[in-house]
Design a protein around this ligand. Structure first.
Ligand code: ATP
Ligand code: MG
Length: 412
């Protein structure tokens, strides 16, 4: 992409209403645009980041045999009435709307009810199980407070996965696969070292659920952990009974602020029961289908990654997430000629700063935008046959020979 052809504008100062550093950079670098409190647009660079996050998630979930679907965001109230979650007193984040012809509809806050209802058309026999389906989709929640840019919004993108199993053993088997897939996802997203699987309150049927919490000052949650982080707990489960069960003492636990980037729940028959999702077993007997649900906050992750990986100069995207891998800056006539050649055939991976602006401005913008490698091709460098490459995350500088130079040679 040629910078001169984008509508990206970089701002020197952050919008007044963004307080989190990551959110400030995402706005200043034109990744996101705020419509309203808690409602954001994703601009070309931000959309590329979101697409990269989604690609990693799809890749890891497809590996464990999940199938992708896309359910509707307009929702039928009936199944929600059956599980007693339609009333605003039961679920306070509902956005609801009305049909012109009369009658209410819900705007999807989540999809347990619709997916369970849907699967009744496809699961009837033990031969139809196990199965796991997921989607990546917009959710609407009337959150009391929006916070930290895209980290808590009223319209957001979630990956939600649901598994359907015959027995507890079969369910557990999938649950463990999902745990592993989640770890792989956060590693590839570049936040694995600060993301912990925590014990959280489990709701009605299982004692605990698990959350994936990334340590960050702008997180809304507090986690408790022991010295080697083998026991990590959400605040709400820290009590004498749980501490005894985990074999830890309150005094040895430290705390940190964290953001929930995902969670996994064993639902058992919480939804399949009231909605009547059953299968016929080998003996011809009707059995309830066992379920689990697994969420990941896709758009929240973009905010968390921005927050975690940025420094005092700007964003610093992990390679797999970055909108482009290379920031190519040309200085002078010969530099521009060579940069044009290098850019040809690499436009998918290169943001080519061909703007007629001072080098200092290009460098500042390259730091703000945070692409993994800044490649500078200048007349002065070319006189010495030199091309300068700087790695954004470490600031490490390497000089490459301009003879037969290819961007693909850069790996450090
Ligand atoms: P939270 O405790 O943060 O409100 P939740 O328990 O309501 O999250 P789920 O309903 O399980 O979350 O949603 C799955 C994932 O979606 C969460 O782990 C989180 O990463 C993300 N998420 C939830 N609410 C929001 C929101 N308002 N804005 C952005 N992402 C969200
Ligand atoms: Mg919530």
């Amino acid at each position: 992409m040629r910078f001169s052809e984008t509508f990206v504008k970089t701002l020197r100062v952050a919008p007044k209403d963004e307080t989190a550093r990551g959110a400030q950079y995402l706005s200043r670098a034109s990744f996101i645009h705020k419509e309203l409190a808690g409602v954001y647009d994703y601009l070309p660079l931000g959309l590329k980041v979101l697409d990269n996050i989604k690609r990693i998630i799809r890749d890891e979930l497809n590996k464990i045999g999940c199938q992708e679907v896309l359910l509707s965001t307009l929702q039928n109230p009936e199944p929600w009435k059956l599980t007693d979650r339609w009333d605003i007193e039961k679920m306070d984040v509902w956005f609801k709307t009305e049909l012109a012809a009369g009658g209410e509809l819900g705007l999807a806050p989540t999809h347990e009810e619709p997916i369970t209802e849907l699967m009744k058309a496809y699961i009837s026999s033990y031969k139809d199980l196990p199965v796991a389906v997921y989607q990546i989709q917009t959710k609407f929640r009337n959150e009391l407070r929006a916070k930290s840019g895209v980290m808590r919004t009223r319209e957001f993108i979630m990956k939600d996965l649901y598994n359907f199993a015959r027995t507890e053993v079969e369910h557990e088997e999938f649950y463990h696969k999902a745990e592993k897939a989640y770890k792989a996802i956060y590693d590839r997203l570049g936040i694995g070292q600060d993301t912990y699987q925590t014990f959280a309150s489990g709701g009605v049927f299982s004692k605990y659920s698990h959350e994936f919490q990334t340590i960050t000052e702008v997180g809304e949650d507090t986690i408790y952990f022991n010295a080697d982080k083998t026991v990590v707990l959400n605040e709400e489960v820290v009590n004498d009974e749980v501490l005894a069960e985990m074999g830890v003492k309150r005094e040895e636990l430290q705390t940190a602020k964290a953001a929930e980037v995902g969670n996994i729940f064993t639902l058992k028959t919480k939804y399949s029961g009231p909605l009547g999702l059953q299968y016929t077993d080998k003996d011809g007997k009707k059995q309830p289908v066992l379920m689990g649900c697994y969420g990941i906050g896709v758009s929240r992750l973009m905010g968390v990654i921005a927050e975690k990986t940025s420094d005092d100069k700007g964003l610093a995207w992990p390679t797999e997430v970055a909108p482009y891998k290379y920031y190519l800056a040309a200085i002078g006539e010969n530099g521009t000629r060579m940069a044009n050649d290098l850019y040809r055939g690499m436009s998918e991976e290169v943001l080519y700063d061909d703007r007629d602006v001072r080098p200092g401005e290009k460098f500042a913008d390259s730091e703000l935008l945070g692409l993994p490698y800044r490649v500078v091709i200048s007349d002065r460098g070319l006189e010495k046959n030199e091309i300068e490459v700087i790695k954004r995350t470490t600031g490490e500088k390497r000089i490459f020979s301009s003879e037969n130079f290819s961007l693909k040679d850069i790996d450090f």
